[in-house]
Ligand binder design. Structure first.
Ligand SMILES: [Zn+2]
Length: 543
């Protein structure tokens, strides 16, 4: 049984979560669920970076105590697990978790041969919590924050990153440390080839407001938040503690160690962190997947800046989106529309359109019409036949190939392609229904084709339920329940598995229902078995 350890980055908690955070969590959850479904042992870890100087500054700006402020925001990040149906196994908070501080101290000591104290003067971006060289700035501004970094001169501990260029390069080029997509791998190799400067790994405790982990043996300094935060990937496993079975299993063993992260923190994860691991005598991660960013309505999503408390902010909160539109719709948008390479623009309209088109009209309509037809024509019993009906070859192939296509796509972290394989079954099945017109076969079927047609369609629905499970666990369970015969051998009565989102609650009484059906690509007026999900929110959304 392969052990697969999957981590997301720890977000700062200087504000509440936004939809951009949901992307990485949902991607990681899909991988975790997929590997569990294959029988792998999986540990999925998320958490929050509490010890950031940014949190201290944001708390001050909000007129709140740091502890109270950090706890409140961290709680909102923790709550995403339930809101988005995430299968998180472990959630670490760097300021509160008793495993973290001793682990960071042990990590620091293990790196001591590569640590030295030195005065440093440089340009520092508080937003990034890092020094920049003038060449790294865009016209004097931070490339991430578009703010002007402050000149800072102070005495710090430094980590001898320069020693690790050759071993890092070797690990990446040999594929021991996989970096996807390839463009990001090339970016890291270019960074290494450009020369790696030692980097500062501590801050004067006074400037950090006393927040953070004191440097072992030098309490006037606190461990730099990046060094501190990166350690979470092993401190949560008990690194540096006497009893560390989890560490031995998930990090020191032969399995997969997969980090998911955004492009803005690539350097820390693909250069600094592996060097820290080498310095402390530990294994490297096996894979790093780098996602790009979401924009919202064409604008960069800023956590600390625009809309932190202003109007419109709630529209970007993933928990609020899930409460309004359902976790399935939020997850589906993130997985279906965010490309493997390149930024994606989020709007509520796009989320609604995608969910209505593909979930309510596509997948939901398919499941409902198939269950309704089996109920009407075969008293709810799935007719089992060996033959694929004429014209059903493409659908049969889509069903049989979906599992392999999902696996291949996820091996390359391509969530859009993976969901396309599942969607392809429903799309093909709906076209098949419209082509063979089972309702006509039910009237006159001299060749006895209806059984084969219904069986193929039942297989398609079962395959959708099975293959959808890593992506939309809640919806997949509803689909599977609809397609599973009960003790009496009959399918349950057809009920909607997805609700339509585009008509707001209350509109239904004022608007004839057929007006709300007219956008469905698969609508056929002569299909008597179409079951329409109710447009208003009701208990059928989550049976
Ligand atoms: Zn910055």
């Amino acid at each position: 049984m392969t052990a697969t350890y999957i981590t997301t980055t720890l977000p700062y908690v200087n504000a509440r979560p936004h939809v951009g955070h949901a992307l990485e969590l949902v991607q990681a959850d899909v991988l975790a669920r997929y590997h569990r479904g294959r029988g792998d042992a999986v540990r999925f870890q998320a958490g929050t970076d509490d010890n950031s100087l940014k949190n201290v500054l944001a708390a001050g700006a909000a007129g709140a105590g740091v502890r109270e402020f950090v706890d409140r925001n961290a709680e909102a990040f923790g709550a995403l697990g339930g809101a988005l149906s995430l299968s998180v196994d472990d959630f670490i908070r760097t300021s509160r978790d008793p495993r973290h501080r001793p682990g960071v101290e042990a990590f620091w000591r293990a790196c001591s041969a590569d640590l030295y104290r030195q005065r440093y003067t440089g340009l520092y971006c508080i937003g990034c919590e890092q020094f920049y060289t003038p060449a790294e700035l865009h016209y004097g501004f931070c490339p991430e924050h578009e703010t002007r970094p402050e000149p800072v001169s102070e005495e710090n501990w430094f980590f001898r990153l320069s020693r690790y260029a050759a071993p890092l390069r070797a690990a990446i080029t040999a594929g021991r440390l996989l970096i996807e997509p390839a463009g990001r791998r090339n970016e890291v190799l270019a960074l290494i080839d450009g020369g790696l400067a030692d980097f500062s790994v501590s801050r004067p405790a006074a400037r950090a407001g006393g927040w953070g982990i004191p440097v072992p043996g030098d309490p006037g300094q606190v461990v730099y938040v990046w060094f501190d935060a990166l350690c979470n990937y092993v401190t949560a496993l008990g690194y540096g503690q006497a009893r560390n079975e989890a560490y031995r299993r998930w990090w020191a063993g032969p399995g997969n160690r997969v980090h998911l992260l955004g492009k803005g923190v690539l350097r820390f994860h693909a250069v600094c962190w592996p060097a820290m691991l080498l310095a402390s005598g530990q294994q490297l991660p096996t894979a790093i997947f780098v996602h790009d960013y979401l924009t919202a309505g064409g604008r960069k999503i800023s956590k600390s800046g625009a809309g932190a408390a202003g109007p419109g902010r709630g529209a970007l909160e993933p928990a609020a989106l899930a409460a309004e539109y359902g976790a399935d719709a939020v997850r589906w948008w993130l997985l279906r529309e965010v490309p493997r390479v390149g930024d994606a623009d989020f709007t509520v309209e796009r989320l609604v359109a995608r969910a209505d088109d593909e979930l309510a009209n596509g997948l939901g309509n398919l499941v409902n019409r198939v269950v309704a037809m089996i109920s009407r024509y075969r008293a709810g019993r799935i007719p089992v036949t060996a033959a694929v009906p004429p014209g059903g070859e493409d659908l049969d192939a889509a069903i049989r190939q979906a599992g392999d296509r999902v696996g291949a796509a996820l091996a390359g972290f391509d969530f859009r392609q993976a969901t396309a394989a599942v969607w392809g079954i429903a799309d093909e099945a709906n076209r098949f229904v419209n082509r063979v017109r089972p309702w006509d076969l039910a009237k006159a079927d001299p060749a006895g084709r209806l059984d084969a047609v219904l069986y193929l369609l039942a297989r398609a629905c079962a395959a959708v339920g099975r293959e959808l499970a890593p992506f939309l666990p809640d919806a997949a369970a509803r689909v599977t329940a609809q397609c599973t015969p009960g003790d009496d051998g009959r399918l349950p009565d057809p009920r909607p598995v997805f609700r339509r989102l585009s008509a707001p609650a209350g509109l239904r009484v004022e608007q004839p229902q057929q007006d709300q059906q007219d956008q469905g690509a698969d609508d056929r007026p002569d299909d008597p078995d179409r079951v329409e999900a109710p447009p208003n929110r009701d208990e059928t959304a989550r049976p």
